[in-house]
Unconditional design. Structure first.
Lengths: 123, 145
């Protein structure tokens, strides 16, 4: 079971963990040095971003709103916590910096919505 | 759902005599299928958008001459009919489907002679302006719910 701190934010439905882009943070020289200077310069490793993509699932519309609100509150709270994936791998001091939903709530047998949540370890 | 030999078939105000069957089919117009980590199998499948299609098969009486004029494709109205399980009033039900005409075809069969057998196939797609199930089934007097 995945967790953010002690909260099971994503457990209502299937979800997957993945790294965002890793590597060096590269900045154009015209930004660092001045106009007319070609090329780029590495300023160090990129911050670690972990992206969770999944679907929140509930039996009722109010129950789905509760799930959505819980994640939105974490995203607005800006409190670093340990993020743990479905296999138990943990990343300490992660901040939920973005929570983005799909363009619609799906209502069939259940109420559900797809989402993407991005966590960052600020340097 | 297949209804054989329905009675009192009409589309809007127009009676459709000689209907031998009404077939109602449902399928997902859009599918939600979600997977999780650690398994190749779908963890969640749902059909949030559903398509209901109706096919009416009407035997045309060649002795009475030409068939009715074709329906305009896109026409929307109520397809209504009755069914009974035993040919009696017991368990009789009225079924109404709000639907749009997709196709109105005449199929000529083998009949020989001057009056070949003909079947009219009308294909419709159900609509639900209020979001309720477009197939409404009501028990009639003497029928069970």
């Amino acid at each position: 079971m995945s967790q953010f701190g002690s909260k099971n934010l994503f457990g209502s439905g299937p979800h997957r963990f993945a790294f965002a882009e890793r590597g060096q943070e590269v900045v154009p020289n015209y930004v660092l040095i001045g106009s007319g200077i070609p090329g780029t310069t590495s300023v160090g490793p990129r911050e670690l971003d972990v992206v969770v993509r999944g679907r929140l699932v509930a039996d009722t519309e109010p129950a789905l709103w509760t799930l959505r609100a819980a994640i939105a509150a974490e995203a607005e709270g800006n409190a670093p916590q340990t993020l743990t994936d479905n296999a138990g791998h943990a990343w300490p001091q992660m901040t939920l910096i973005s929570y983005k939903e799909a363009d619609r709530v799906d209502r069939g047998r259940a109420w559900s919505i797809a989402y993407e949540a991005t966590f960052r370890k600020f340097t | 759902m297949l209804i054989l030999n329905p009675s009192q078939v009409r589309f809007g105000q127009t009676p459709w005599p000689g209907v031998t069957s009404v077939a109602i089919s449902r399928e997902a117009a859009r599918l939600v299928e979600a997977y999780g980590d650690g398994s190749p199998h779908a963890r969640f499948v749902d059909a949030p958008e559903e398509r209901v299609e109706v096919e009416v098969r009407q035997s045309l009486d060649s002795a009475s001459g030409d068939s009715p004029a074709n329906l305009a494709v896109g026409t929307e109205d109520d397809l209504a009919f009755e069914r009974s399980w035993s040919g009696t009033d017991a368990g009789r039900e009225a079924i109404t489907v709000r639907a749009v005409v997709l196709a109105d075809r005449i199929v000529l069969g083998e009949g020989g002679g001057r009056a070949p057998r003909a079947v009219r196939l009308v294909r419709l797609r159900a609509v639900s302006p209020d979001g309720a199930d477009p197939v409404a089934i009501e028990p009639l007097d003497g029928g069970a719910a």
